[in-house]
Design a protein around this ligand. Structure first.
Ligand code: PLP
Length: 469
């Protein structure tokens, strides 16, 4: 299976090379040159597989021969071992043929664990085979950092340096990063803002000699392996609701378009996905796109669902590439217009094609709170503000008779206790695995927002570690 860039200007790569590369050298994102498809019989055979074996089977359709299904099965078994629910991704009925797919049973209580736990191990295996190491650097305003750290901790071939703005992430989020006791994990608290952190990471990658010497890499949401690992829970939810015999719709709280794009990949793979419902908060660039065909950037508004406070949904480029029939030059032109003028439009036949599968709805903070309250009153379940947008979106769009809707619950309510309490009056407790989070010792290094200081720290730490063996 070859991978090509959405901008058409990079040589095709095998799965393992595309995973290590992350972004393509022409600035595009890697996608399969052709969509693999499972027959209905093959889909039926997924019904009884344990969750890790299911993920391995799905990933194998995209990864073989670079990585075998047996290797993927080993990786997935290990990746999901630490999840604290026997079903890994349990499905709970909310009534009216609406279901909640809980994707918060991993180590950091958000859906990103479902892919990153696999990605960390996959990196380790690919690098080990090549006797290479990689240095992951990232900037976080809270959520992604802890998931990336948990995914990379104690991996043989990976060192992690995660930057966060000193004093500007919540205490739970900071502690989820700084209490990880692993020799290959370094947290850096930068005296500055999240933008300073992001600019420092960009500057590290732009320093070519430094980048090459320390083999800098990223695990951000444009990595193809993250998308395919996420396809697993769409297929899992669908099989629990009797697919492929029945069509299923999904409602997905969306930021970077990575999660919902995995639903699109499940549809490409042959799962009978009837509809993909995109839920946005006030940062509604995607909702406006699906209404008008015009993608137009606006200012970022802070909301109760901060992991969706995004204006540029990077994975959307993968859908564009399909809508433009794999015309990389056309995608390059659209992305250049977006960069230069903050907008682009697709023509109406293409918008129509997108709308045949996708619908979108946006919700402000009051509506988000109302959705949390409504679910609590109707079922006794507490849901987090991101998940609430998924549920609200599922309820807003027109339903097809006989098609169940699965709303994706992307974070545990205890990750956003203030919002949940404001909506329901109940303050959700951290699950037992994190109950002692506030008693664990923290470890981080404070540095100024200065490239040379950060480079000196990374170089010094790696020199010490490599001497230690
Ligand atoms: C990252 C995140 C999202 C958005 O997911 P995308 O793949 O970026 O669309 C939604 N909810 C939570 C809790 C997240 O952490």
């Amino acid at each position: 299976m070859d991978y090509v860039s959405t901008r058409g200007g990079a040589p095709p790569l095998a799965f393992d090379d595309a995973v290590l590369a992350g972004l393509a050298p022409d600035g595009g994102l890697y996608v399969p040159a052709r969509w693999p498809r499972l027959s209905e019989d093959a889909l039926r055979l997924l019904a009884d597989l344990p969750y890790p074996a299911l993920v391995a089977r799905v990933m194998a359709a995209f990864a073989v021969p670079a990585v075998s299904e047996a290797e993927l099965a080993e990786i997935a078994r290990d990746a999901y071992r630490g999840f604290d629910h026997p079903d890994i991704a349990p499905l709970k009925p909310l009534g009216d043929d609406l279901y909640l797919l809980e994707l918060f049973h991993g180590p950091t209580l958000a859906f990103k664990d479902y892919a990153l736990q696999v990605l960390g191990r996959l990196f380790d295996r690919i690098l080990g085979r090549r006797r290479r190491r990689i240095t992951i650097v990232g900037a976080t305003s809270g959520d992604t950092g802890s998931a990336a750290i948990e995914a990379c901790r104690d991996r043989d071939a990976i060192d992690v340096f995660m930057l966060h703005p000193q004093g500007r992430v919540s205490e739970v989020q900071r502690r989820q990063m700084t209490t990880v006791d692993a020799a290959n994990v370094q947290n850096i608290a930068i005296d500055g803002t999240f933008d300073d952190c992001q600019n420092l990471v960009k500057a590290l990658f732009n320093d070519a000699p430094f980048r090459d010497r320390y083999r800098l890499g990223a695990v951000n949401s444009i990595n193809w392996a993250r998308i395919v690992a996420q396809v697993g829970y769409y297929v899992h939810a669908a099989r629990l609701l009797a697919a492929p015999e029945r069509r299923i719709a999904f409602a997905v709280p969306t930021g970077n378009f990575g999660n919902v794009f995995a639903g699109y990949v499940a549809w490409r793979l042959g799962m009978p996905v009837a509809r993909l419902i995109v839920g946005s908060n006030r940062n509604d660039i995607l909702t406006r796109f699906f209404a008008s065909g015009r993608m137009e950037i606006g200012p970022v508004h802070p909301t109760l669902s901060p992991s969706m406070d995004i204006q540029v949904s990077s994975n959307f480029e993968r859908l564009l590439f399909d809508l433009y029939d794999h015309d990389g030059a056309a995608v390059t032109a659209l992305m250049a217009a977006f960069r230069d003028s903050g907008g682009f439009a697709v023509d109406s036949p293409r918008l129509k094609r997108a709308r045949a599968l996708f619908t979108a709805a946006r919700f402000d903070d009051e509506e988000t709170k109302a959705a949390m309250r409504h679910v609590y009153e109707a079922t006794g379940e507490l849901i987090d503000p991101h998940s609430a947008i998924g549920v609200a979106a599922a309820r807003r769009v027109e339903r097809s008779a006989g098609v169940p809707v699965v709303a994706l619950a992307t974070a545990h309510p205890a990750k956003f206790p203030d919002a949940v309490e404001a909506a329901t009056g109940i303050r959700p407790a951290l699950p037992p695995r994190l109950a002692d989070l506030f008693d664990r010792p923290e470890r981080f290094t404070r540095l100024p927002a200065d490239l040379h200081a950060v480079e000196r720290f990374i170089a010094g730490t790696l020199a010490d570690r490599r001497i230690d063996g």
